[in-house]
Design a protein around this ligand. Structure first.
Ligand SMILES: [Zn+2]
Length: 475
């Protein structure tokens, strides 16, 4: 098989080749933007879901599932929302041979499916907070070039919807979501920035939006999640009200938290290298692959010991694949590197005799581990692999940003740019024109690198209100 395209100079070609080589999807389905999840890809997705479920449920959120079809009448209730999604929805207008009285929207997101029912569920302050989430497929008619996991028309989507008693509690929920994502990102070994989107780029209907962004490729950024504060913007049109302790009727304040299969794309894009995909342990379909290496004078010893090793690790709770296919060992190593397995254990004649395994992690680091006891050693290797993977990603992350001091420095940027911005929309759009991309917004947290004092807005020269903002080209 040919080498992968160069990740640095031909990022998109490299990404598409890695997706193909990693055996996670089959893109040959005859509708653009709809991908088939292979067994290997599905295993990665279930591991991703497991991390999301674990972390969101730890914050008291409960699973629900709402219908995929939304009546047009409900969909149209929040004006900004419908404006924002109008061009992206799939319509169901027929039932069998008859036209439907009320056309149905195939959910692009579920606010308008869920909130009419929230209006029935929420009656009193005792019903609050209401924190629920669902993991479902949503549909958006993408008109731009589709890319596996990054821009698709059928999206594997995680969405939390909450109702809170007041604005302050909703702000607290946003904080709790951010902390939950911080823990998820640790499992994915993904460094990211939480960025408050500018007014003109917030979620349709939101009071404010915090995007979770990562840098990928050349000055490109990828939004891998978002957290929104809605205030009463949806509660009013949908009538989600409760009776306060003093008998007053009040509207709830709402929040949402969205993540998707883009995280799989982000993991492939950030961790992958010239040898193929690299999965962090929590997401890897197989955490460990065991490869017996036959030798003329070894009989079935390598095969026998490899099977014992695989079985013991399985019992220890690890996801293990024993590769006893008749491919050459070199071909097996190549395949499990391409598909991103964190740890490979090889058992040849010498290892079988000494009751040891040769371990090679996906970052190429080798060691010899005793079979008795192997379980603990493998746990340590995998934890160490995750740490090193995260550190490698952090290094690339820090190198992906640079400061621009004037508009002239923005065209042709090869990094995501930090710019001084006064907060004014006109200045924001000038920055967007210059970089041929977006003003992503202002970071919510201190940046992971030292910065000079911000100085004056790079467009209008005002110092008042100037703050660091990020500008790049979203994928
Ligand atoms: Zn300005």
């Amino acid at each position: 098989m040919a080498d992968l395209p160069d990740k640095r100079s031909a990022f998109i070609d490299w990404y598409l080749a890695v997706v193909e080589a990693a055996e996670v999807t089959d893109k040959r389905y005859p509708v653009k933007g709809l991908n088939v999840w292979t067994p290997y890809g599905m295993a990665a997705r279930r591991n991703l879901d497991a991390v999301m479920i674990r972390e969101i449920e730890a914050t008291g959120s409960r699973a629900v599932e709402f219908p995929a079809l939304i009546p047009a009448t409900e969909f149209a209730k929040e004006k900004e929302h419908i404006k924002g999604f109008d061009a992206q929805v799939y319509w169901v207008t027929k039932g069998g041979l008859s036209d439907l009285d009320i056309p149905l929207v195939l959910r692009p997101t579920s606010e308008t499916a869920i909130y009419p029912v929230f209006a029935l569920w929420v009656r009193s302050h005792r019903d609050l907070p209401l924190n629920v989430y669902q993991i479902v497929n949503t549909f958006r008619y993408e008109t731009k070039t589709t890319r596996p996991f990054l821009r698709v028309r059928e999206i594997h989507f995680f969405e939390e919807h909450t109702c809170q008693a007041n604005e302050e509690h909703a702000t607290e929920r946003v904080r709790s979501n951010r902390a939950a994502f911080e823990r998820m990102a640790h499992a994915f070994a993904l460094p990211y920035l939480a960025i408050r989107r500018p007014e003109w780029d917030k979620f349709p209907g939101a009071y404010y939006s915090i995007a979770l962004d990562i840098p990928v490729g050349e000055a490109r950024t990828l939004q891998i999640g978002s957290i929104h504060h809605y205030r009463e913007n949806f509660a009013r049109p949908y009538g989600i009200r409760y009776e306060d302790a003093d008998g007053t009727q009040r509207y709830v304040h709402q929040t949402t938290f969205g993540l998707s299969e883009r995280l799989i794309g982000a993991i492939l894009a950030v961790h992958g290298d010239q040898k193929g995909a690299v999965f962090p342990t929590a997401i890897a379909p197989y955490e460990v692959v065991v490869v017996p290496i036959p030798a003329a004078d070894a009989g079935d010893a390598p095969e026998r010991v490899a099977a014992e090793v695989a079985e013991r690790l399985r019992r220890h709770g690890r996801r293990v694949h024993l590769d006893s296919s008749d491919a050459r060992p070199g071909a097996k190593f190549y395949r499990w590197e391409l598909t991103g397995v964190p740890l490979r254990l090889e058992v040849g004649r010498r290892e079988a005799e000494r009751r040891s395994v040769a371990a090679v992690d996906r970052l190429g680091r080798k060691s010899t581990l005793p079979i008795d006891p192997l379980e603990h050693e493998v746990d340590l290797r995998l934890a160490e692999f995750d740490r090193a993977l995260f550190e490698r990603a952090r290094e690339a992350f820090r190198a992906a940003f640079s400061v621009a001091r004037s508009l002239e420095e923005l065209p042709g940027s090869t990094t995501v740019r930090l710019v001084a911005w006064c907060g004014d929309e006109t200045c924001g759009h000038r920055i967007e024109q210059a970089i041929d991309g977006s003003l992503l917004g202002t970071p919510e947290d201190p940046l992971p690198f030292a910065l000079d004092p911000v100085g004056a807005c790079l467009v209008c020269g005002r110092t008042e209100g100037a703050r660091w903002a990020l500008a790049g080209r979203p994928m």
